[in-house]
Design a protein around this ligand. Sequence first.
Ligand code: OOB
Length: 531
Amino acid sequence: MQEGCVPWPEPTARAYREQGYWNADVLGTWPRTPGQDSAAALVTSAGTLTHAELDRAADRMAAGLLRAGLAAGDRIVVHLPNEAELIVLSLACFRTGVLPVYALPAHRSAEITHLVATAEAVAYVCPDQVLGCDFRLVAREVLDRTDSLRHVLVAGEPGPYTALSSLDADPVGLPAPDPEDVALFLLSGGTSGPPKLIPRTHADYAYQLRESARLCAVGEDDVYLAALPAQHNFALACPGVLGTLRAGGTAVLAPAPTADVCFPLIERAGVTVTSLVPPLVPLWLDAAEWTEHDLSSLRVLQVGGARLDPETARQVTKSLGGTLQQVYGMAEGLLNYTRLDDPEDVIVHTQGRPLSPGDEVRVVREDGSDAEPGETGELLTRGPYTLRGYYRAPERNATRFTEDGHYRSGDLVRRTAQGDFQVVGRINDVVNRGGEKVPTQEVEEHLLAAVPVVAAAVIGLPDPHMGERTCACVVPRDPARPPTLRDVQAALRGRGVAAYKVPDRLVVLERLPLTGVGKVDKRALRAQLDA
Ligand code: OOB
């Protein structure tokens, strides 16, 4: 395994091989499903690629990557929207051993700088412009603040940089990757502080794809719609775009998750499976009542990333047709799914159970002892597709993993008598803003650096639409001239912070309540704001 990654202990790895979780199955050997050559593989705003065309495009880009001087093991930060390049480049990386680090579309220079620096990335790949943001300017800032980048590759008009489309060469023979090598890096959403890099190996991710496709009965005839950003584990691999391509089906990439964009795509492509985060669900349900588009092809609607309330869940089963599937997952690994044939009560009221018989899950009390069924505790897990450590993060790893290799999720859950999980909340300091995870500590650091305040604490406040919204509580440096919400928002945007991390509310206080050991007492703060 690569430097900076924590391998599974050898006896565990051997057991995973023996039990067939890990085998020679690697990423990127598809789309090459026999008989599917002329079937649609990828549908985007630029048109349709058949399986044969996508395979060929990936081979050409793989050769182009190598010709440009990139090599197996090099990290590249991939910051592309839901367009064909994202998938072609991903396949090219898997085939060459170049390691993509998947940034989210909402990220801006602050996050990209952190990722490039942590990964010592040699390339940054971005679009030219999307929705008024010029990513070549983001690239400029990142170049100024980091020193490892050798390439900036732009999908579209490159400006002073290199066009991604110039990575094109006649296909070359490539050695098969070692299945137990790292294939890609995802970003953590569930832990505090800036995003950490999650190494995922060929064998572990291929197993996740295979098993998720089997659980969702996804095959050649299926059409998966990536309504959410396909750089995120949910739309990428649960079974998502990659799992569907691997199964010989068709993946459709939507430029936005809204009903007005997605409903026509569902009708035109005959979409059978898609995934949403909870805040989108009521909007889709409303739109479905009035739509003239035929949505009857939809077989499975997956919802996950944040808590779905049971009332909305019940409406999905009534009005959208198809089956609702709740997905409680994490980029770190463990995926829980409700099964397609579960009783309605389980589908509506629980977030499912683990994907694999190899998933070991414990629910523990604060003292580390096992909770009873029905009792709330923190979910700890290890298994054949759950990481053993973040990339280059020994200090974090010492606290985020138990000695025997369980990942501490920070999620508060309870297990029903039937073994299904219900997510109750979090113990970590992360606000879950409709599925987008806001690491409060990172935002607090930005506030202290960019706004004239002497103390800052970010908390989540309940919100009927988003689940939670962020509230920044600050103590101004000059009490006579406290900052306004607008000042704070402008200051954070000015630092290149992703929009979803910019506080929704501001509360100015004389001081922050502290705990006995002098840490900000967020519980007291919340109580103070409720009153
Ligand atoms: C997904 O992945 P991440 O890495 O962005 O966030 C993981 C965290 C979990 O630890 C949990 O706190 C929360 O998101 N979460 C849920 C949930 N699904 C995830 N909380 C309540 N109910 C759910 N259904 O969010 C993710 C990855 C793969 C598939 C689906 C979601």
